[in-house]
Ligand binder design. Structure first.
Ligand code: SAH
Length: 320
């Protein structure tokens, strides 16, 4: 009986690992006092041994992690509540007027959490905050429209979710971080590889002039195109195909974001990056853990690579 239970837990863990999309892994607690290995999964709070809220890789934990949970340090909750209250008081009129859907509050709470996570990971990412356009995009893009209807209630938790055909919509924190790492200027033209649900493309479309996005799984690309059109995004073009080769006709791009993981940096993408352009890409083992890299092209066209945090994305697949 016991044996059976253990097997069950192992398969729960494997199922979980296999289904997870873009999440991130941090090896450092918030105060940076102690380094310890912890894996951040499925909408949990940030691992903090100092408060006794620590998450470890145990089989027993796998099942628990599959149910949504959220825990954050008390002081931060209180601070965030106060900040929300203050903001609400200041913006009572406009906030009320801009409440286009019933998820406004949930999105704001999600943004509070993302802001907190930006600070918690700043040592590894080199960034401690999001610019206004990214904050605004995270506060306005209706993520619930990009997930299957039965998961709408889960859509403002900070976790990846399945979108069908073995693919996932990335964790919102990762979407915000990658967008910021791209240095998304209002006049930028951006290429995305891995449209998936279209959510990342929508966030980008709020910040930059034009988004080109490529999806290899046709039904996903078509669905994303419909959702984006339905929401009125006129500055996003969705193409079905193998993004490894980029989009040569529209190159060069000021920024390229890759949201599926290859085991090496695709050379065609480096070539399609404009001088001073940036590429943000998870590179590493398939089905394993990858490094989120920022590749910057200097004015002479030399590429400089910087590592940020550890992440886990679904693999970049190739056309046969
Ligand atoms: N950015 C997406 C999440 C991406 S999940 C979102 O916001 O929802 C990764 C996506 O990359 C999957 O949909 C997968 O089908 C796609 N993908 C994998 N390999 C690809 C390739 N070579 N070219 C284009 N898309 C690819």
């Amino acid at each position: 009986m016991k044996r059976y239970g253990r097997t069950d837990e192992i398969s729960a863990l494997i199922a979980f690992l296999a289904s997870d999309g873009a999440g991130y892994i941090t090896g450092q607690n918030l105060q940076g006092r102690r380094r310890h290995h912890a894996v951040r999964l499925a909408g949990g709070g940030i691992t903090r041994s100092a408060t006794g809220v620590s998450r470890r890789w145990t089989f027993g934990a796998a099942r628990r992690m599959m149910v949504p949970f959220e825990r954050r340090p008390h002081a931060v909750d209180v601070m965030n509540a106060l900040r929300r209250l203050l903001t609400a008081a200041l913006l009572a009129g406009p906030l009320h007027a801009s409440a286009q859907d019933s998820y406004v509050d949930q999105r704001q709470r999600l943004v509070d959490q993302i802001v907190f996570e930006m600070q918690a990971t700043s040592r590894d990412t080199g960034l401690d905050k999001l610019r206004d356009s990214v904050l605004r995009a995270m506060r306005t893009v209706p993520r619930h429209r990009f997930v299957p209807p039965e998961l709408a209630a889960e859509s403002y938790r900070d976790r990846p979710l399945p979108i069908g055909l073995g693919q996932t919509i990335s964790q919102p924190f990762i979407v915000a971080l990658m967008t910021e790492l791209l240095d998304p200027r209002p006049d930028a033209r951006v290429l995305e590889i891995g449209t998936g649900s279209g959510y990342q493309a929508a966030v980008l479309a709020e910040c930059v002039a034009k988004v080109y996005t490529i999806e290899i799984v046709a039904p996903l690309g078509e669905r994303a195109r419909e959702v984006l059109n339905g929401l009125g995004y006129k500055n996003v073009e969705v193409r079905i195909g193998d993004g490894y080769k980029g989009w040569p006709e529209a190159a060069p791009f000021d920024a390229i974001i890759v949201t599926a993981a290859p085991d090496h940096i695709p050379q065609p993408l480096v070539e399609q990056l404009a001088p001073k352009g940036r590429m943000v890409i998870p590179v590493g083992s398939r089905h394993g853990i990858q490094d989120l890299l920022v590749i910057t092209k200097d004015a002479e066209g030399r590429a400089v690579t910087k590592r940020t945090i550890a992440v886990r994305f679904v693999p970049l697949t190739r056309e046969k």
